[in-house]
Design a protein around this ligand. Structure first.
Ligand SMILES: Cc1cc2nc3c(=O)[nH]c(=O)nc-3n(C[C@H](O)[C@H](O)[C@H](O)COP(=O)(O)OP(=O)(O)OC[C@H]3O[C@@H](n4cnc5c(N)ncnc54)[C@H](O)[C@@H]3O)c2cc1C
Length: 415
């Protein structure tokens, strides 16, 4: 019997999971548009001025409770997973304009409210009222409300939304505030509450892989022929199978394929998409942000929480979101490294930028979340889809399990 040929398009963790599941049984070719594998989890190493090895890629963190498939992978690969003690909050928010700070350095997210910033008693009383109302709404409220709906339909103050709802979402999903405003806020807060990430719930213990994602992504790719710098440009379903046309002008023929790229790019790849593919994939928008790794810890950065959102004023829209690279990667030297994205006009890093990368993230609008419920209906036994966009959590675990599932759908059709 001839071995079937399968194309996996995209080498993020979702594509790599498909390769893992299919590679032992089939002849798998992995297409990657970029210069290295891993997508958002790609890994590069540089040496710091203190002689330490530093991974310049984004930090990917996990927890035992909500990442069971990845934990199993790490255990099978004998990769150590290190949990971080609860000595720092998951997320912190600060506004330079009014001095709002939550949690303050040293606090963890809990039932306590922040100290009153420099706002009037009326504004602050409404903030506290809105905060309690919001926690009740998360339990009972309409799942498709956006931040703007909270203000327009539910009477929440702009101040509360701008100093709690939006920055917390930007921290926990690494969105810009503009993207956070478009999200289905209540659905997301329910998810976050279930993951014990919102205020008032005991924090989950996050952790990372010493040495980073390179410990597993290269092993996962071993089961395929890897084509770097090779972007699929068109995927055509024919009566004989699947054709992949790439940016080198080459046409390769396969029996089946997994498309493991962001939903908007997946839709653009398919030749003559069906109305359902167009409807479902087309309903999931993306935000592409440029992340920088740098050493500017002055003023606007904080290194005592896992993610920190800083507003530069209550109103002008300048903001920065930062992750402390040392803490999350277990780097022990005295030099501090920060990964950040920012928006607005006047933010520049005072110290050198070591690297920068653009990463895509799907925006969980109400339409996107309802489209996610229909994603399984566009997967078939010859062409399946995978990616972090398969569930509203959009985590590394979601991406990994979606790749395993896509592979299983292809395998089912082979029996
Ligand atoms: C800043 C940031 C931080 C994050 N941190 C965490 C975290 O700490 N924990 C967590 O659980 N999740 C985190 N995530 C979520 C993250 O998105 C997932 O963890 C996961 O890595 C996404 O994997 P993916 O396979 O869906 O897509 P991606 O990682 O986006 O991979 C897609 C790949 O497809 C390639 N590609 C695209 N088009 C083509 C084409 N036409 N042909 C060939 N190749 C193509 C791309 O180059 C890329 O390599 C983070 C996301 C971002 C943006």
């Amino acid at each position: 019997m001839t071995v079937q040929k399968i194309a996996v398009i995209g080498s993020g963790i979702s594509g790599l999971a498909a390769v893992r599941e299919l590679g032992n049984q089939f002849d798998v070719t992995l297409f990657e548009a970029g210069s290295q594998i891993g997508g958002n989890a790609h890994s590069e190493t540089t040496v710091t001025s203190e002689g330490q090895n530093l991974q310049t890629n984004l930090v990917i963190i996990y927890n035992r409770e909500h990442y069971p498939a990845l934990m199993q992978l790490f255990s099978e690969m004998e990769i150590p997973f290190t949990s971080h003690p609860h000595d720092i909050p998951t997320a912190s928010i600060h506004c330079e304009g009014c001095g709002f700070s939550y949690p303050r350095p040293g606090d963890t997210w809990g039932a306590q409210l922040p100290a009153q910033p420099e706002v009037t008693g009326t504004v602050w009383r409404q903030y506290i009222d809105d905060y309690h109302r919001f926690l009740r709404l998360v339990q009972q409220g309409h799942p498709t409300l956006t931040a703007n709906d909270l203000i327009r339909a539910k009477g929440y103050s702009e101040y509360f939304v701008e100093h709690f709802v939006v920055p917390l979402l930007t921290c926990l999903f690494t969105y810009s505030p503009a993207a956070a405003r478009k999200c289905a806020v209540i659905t997301i807060f329910r998810l976050l509450t279930a993951s014990r990430l919102t205020p008032g719930t005991p924090p989950t213990e996050w952790g990372s892989i010493p040495g980073g994602t390179s410990n597993y992504i290269h092993h996962l790719a071993n089961r395929a022929e890897v084509l770097l710098h090779t972007a699929a440009e068109k995927v055509i379903r024919t009566t004989q199978g699947i054709e992949v046309h790439d940016n080198t002008g080459t046409v390769r023929r396969f029996d089946k394929a997994v498309i493991a790229v962001p939903a908007d790019q997946a839709l653009a790849l398919i030749d003559k998409p069906t109305p359902l593919q167009r409807e479902v994939l087309g309903a999931i928008p993306y935000e592409y942000s440029k992340w920088s790794l740098h050493t500017d810890t002055s003023g606007i950065m904080r290194t005592d929480s896992l993610l920190h959102h800083q507003k530069m004023s209550c109103t002008n829209g300048d903001w920065i979101l930062s992750l402390p690279h040392n803490k999350l990667k277990g780097i022990t030297g005295s030099e501090q490294f920060i990964s950040s994205i920012s928006g607005g006009s006047k933010l520049t890093h005072r110290h050198s930028t070591l690297s920068s990368h653009t990463h895509g993230l799907c925006i969980q609008t109400p339409q996107a979340i309802s489209a996610m419920l229909n994603l399984s209906s566009i997967c078939a036994s010859d062409l399946a889809f995978a990616g972090a966009y398969f569930r509203p959590e959009t985590t590394h675990e979601t991406a990994f399990t979606s790749g395993l599932n896509a592979a299983k759908i292809l395998k089912e059709g082979t029996r």
